[in-house]
Design a binder for this molecule. Sequence first.
Ligand code: FAD
Ligand code: NAP
Length: 323
Amino acid sequence: MNPQQVYDVIIAGAGPAGMTAAVYTSRANMRTLLIEKGSPGGQMVNTEDIENYPGYESVLGPELSQKMFDHARKFGADYVRGQIREIRDGYPFKSVVLDDWEYKAKSVIVATGAEHRKLGVPGEKEFAGRGVSYCAVCDGAFFADMELVVVGGGDSAVEEAVFLTRYASKVTIIHRRDSLRAQKIIQKRAFENEKIHFIWNQQVLEIRGDSTVSGVLMQNTVTGEVLEYPCQGVFIYIGMDPISYCVKHLGITNDAGYIRTDEQMRTKLPGIFAAGDVREKTLRQVVTATGDGCLAAQSAQHYVEQLDERLKEQSLLESRNIS
Ligand code: FAD
Ligand code: NAP
């Protein structure tokens, strides 16, 4: 990698959206730089089995992550590990600012994904790593034969609750309503699992304990009654928030922080595209992220071709004026 060169495209984030975009742009001979602050794979890295990515009846998240990363590098994309602080718009070049360097590119694809939402209750921060977790795959094994609580009612909460029964003696899903949001096939697995219990219509108010977690204080959303429920670990899966701080100042996000694009993944700023979970859209999956990545790559390619034409014409004009 040559830090002085201007890239045709910089891709922010090496989740499935960014890695797919890198496959397409580098295969189209665009000078491509992929930048990732953590491990390539994004949310897939912390997913046990993925059963709904076509071609794989079941694949481990880290395995699919590695395969996509190898594929992304195969056609010559450069790769840098680092945290992007800011993406700056400009013409003809955009800037991508890291702690220790600033890269230039003709176009940028923002594929920075999403991260776990916090409950925001007392005890959550204090017991993080001491009984409070957001990653069953990472931390589940620490809770062998213990009683756990999972907060939430979506795909993540229910799927991860099932995963946690490999280790825990009992897993209680606490949900704020009386029906789950999770897909029916995922719900079925939980309802059929003897180790899983449900507590409906309860909002967690506090996570309690001493050196480690001993229980949660919860309030009935219908009756208002408050009571403490004992457990030794709390896994929180209450949705995701977009990671869009590096483009916050550009005016391309909605009120919730998701980036607005058209169907070609174009933001309102020419040359800046977005793909994957960070985008305003209805379904956030690996397969929709890869689809977005492909479209964003194609749009970036068209944009850069037109920009190159304009820059060529401009330099021709300038050279005629000089001579
Ligand atoms: P992400 O996967 O979030 O990747 C974004 C990447 O950008 C990350 O690696 C992040 O570190 C990086 N990044 C962010 N900010 C910066 C920055 N400032 N600088 C540099 N890098 C940055 N989907 C399915 O289809 N099937 C499943 O079975 C499935 N299971 C799931 C299980 C769980 C527990 C979770 C949480 C999600 C699951 N999903 C599943 C959803 C799926 O993982 C996501 O929809 C998909 O990963 C989104 O891809 P993405 O590339 O848009 O974002
Ligand atoms: P989600 O679908 O947004 O569900 C969040 C859940 O948490 C909802 O049940 C919600 O309750 C609850 N919740 C939200 N805020 C809360 C709060 N403050 N207190 C208590 N409960 C709260 O999020 P997710 O389950 O993390 O899934 C995120 C995305 O990844 C989804 O698109 C999902 O389909 C995808 N995903 C897919 C798979 C798969 O395909 N196998 C697996 C995991 C994730 P309400 O229901 O009342 O709103």
